[in-house]
Design a protein around this ligand. Structure first.
Ligand code: FES
Length: 156
């Protein structure tokens, strides 16, 4: 698996945004999404700082302030399982247990094969069909362990 986003690609992504500060967060999202390990690598941050005329300290401050940015490598698939009250009441805690038992991952850990990172998410806005989770950009609802098994096997 490719491990780094190339300098060329980073520059290309950055140049697709005007170099003003109001575009910084969108550009950082684009870099993170394009990175094969779904995080903001050192190279991404250095180039973003240059492009938006920030210091290294400023860009690290921004990247570490927002929980949606990761400064460490994550899996190809980011599983955001909702931990908010409705999903919790509908059994999402047992789904967290399932990921730990079946895949050996607790929230914010990545499987050894680099495929899956589990995260505990706040409400995904699908409480009416709880429990819910997102995998990358897709939302899945009315989850059961069997449904998760099927979803994951379709991803592999
Ligand atoms: S509480 Fe889980 S989607 Fe709203």
């Amino acid at each position: 698996m490719q491990q780094e986003l190339s300098l060329e690609k980073i520059v290309e992504i950055l140049r697709s945004f005007p170099p003003q500060r109001e575009h910084l967060l969108k550009a950082m999202h684009a870099l993170q999404n394009a990175h094969p390990q779904h995080y903001l690598s050192e190279l991404c941050l250095i180039e973003a700082a240059k492009y938006f005329k920030l210091t290294k300290g400023q860009i690290y401050g921004i990247a570490s302030y927002y929980t949606m940015f990761s400064l460490k490598p994550r899996g190809k698939y980011i599983i955001r399982l909702c931990k908010s009250p409705v999903c919790h009441a509908m059994g999402s805690h047992s789904l967290f247990d399932y990921f730990e038992k079946e895949y050996g991952i607790k929230p914010y850990e990545t499987t050894n094969d680099g495929l899956f990172t589990l995260e505990a998410s706040e409400c995904l806005g699908r409480c009416g069909k709880a429990p819910s989770m997102m995998i990358n950009e897709h939302v899945y609802t009315e989850l059961t362990i069997d449904k998760i098994k099927e979803i994951i096997s379709n991803l592999k």
